[in-house]
Ligand binder design. Structure first.
Ligand code: BGC
Length: 268
């Protein structure tokens, strides 16, 4: 297999200064893509990842921008257009949690989560689609005119008490992605999602950083291990490549079996 299947392509990964986004940015760089490492609050972390990606002999740059803010998203894409002349791969990864029981959830907690996890996906996908459509389908380095990949969650389909804002945002990403895939297919823009299960990152530290918590978490993962950012990065790199050229409008669950109703292994 081609070890740099994304050679010459230009990717933007939102929320790439830590966690899954960092893993995705590294995997795309290793596959030969030039990578924009988008971040919002950690310039040093982003700069370090940029340096390491450049070690693959590809270009990389950090651009700040809050994906929930229209003007910041537009400025980020304009900068990418100026620097690299366009975009081949968008990975909508930026996401956060603001957990609370519904009776205590503030409107701010609701809006923050929907703003980043869903509106951010809309704003970035819109900007990428405009750029990809402008360039058109005559595109020598990939069979598709562009690829958009959303990082969703198992909570696209698994209800999650105490996290109604997060689950609603991911359910929204599922239907946004499919509708967008239908709409952009005539432009030969491929749109898909990767839905991670429990991946060891700062967002869910409480669920894995004590032996007791980890033991409880592993009961929900039939495959018996917590995921790592590179588990997601590899699948995203595959989905962005021509090897996945006929995959369109799909959510691929990368979750060690979390969506298999593990409790039913011994009951029902
Ligand atoms: C959440 C994590 C959680 C995982 C599995 C993810 O989408 O962000 O906090 O551990 O789903 O429940």
């Amino acid at each position: 297999m081609d070890d740099q299947p994304l050679k010459g392509q230009k990717a933007l990964v939102t929320g790439a200064s830590s966690g899954i986004g960092e893993g995705v940015a590294r995997a795309l760089g290793a596959a030969g893509a030039a990578v924009v490492v988008n971040y919002v609050a950690k310039p040093e972390a982003a700069a370090k990842i940029v340096e390491e990606i450049r070690g693959n002999g590809v270009d990389a740059v950090a651009i700040r921008g809050d994906v929930s803010k229209e003007l910041e998203v537009e400025a980020m894409f304009a900068e990418m257009e100026r620097t690299w002349g366009g975009i081949d791969i968008l990975v909508n990864n930026a996401g956060l949690q603001r957990d609370a029981p519904v009776t205590e959830m503030t409107l701010e907690q609701w809006n923050t989560v929907l703003g980043v996890n869903l509106t951010g996906v809309f704003l970035c996908s819109r900007a990428a689609a405009r750029s990809m459509i402008r360039r058109g389908t005559r595109h020598p380095i990939s069979r598709a005119a562009g690829k958009i990949i959303c990082i969703s969650s198992v909570h696209e389909v698994i209800p999650w008490a105490g996290h109604v804002n997060y689950a609603a945002s991911k359910g929204g990403v599922g239907m946004f992605m499919k509708s967008l895939a239908q709409e952009l297919a005539p432009h030969r823009i491929r749109v898909n999602s990767v839905a991670p299960g429990a991946i060891m990152t700062p967002i869910n530290r409480e669920a894995w950083d004590t032996p007791g918590a980890l033991e409880k978490l592993l009961k929900l993962i039939p495959y018996g291990r917590i995921g790592l950012p590179e588990d997601i990065g590899k699948v995203v790199a595959f989905l962005a490549s021509d090897a996945a050229d006929y995959i369109h409008g799909q959510t691929i669950y990368v979750d060690g079996g979390m969506t298999l109703y593990p409790e039913f292994a011994h009951g029902g």
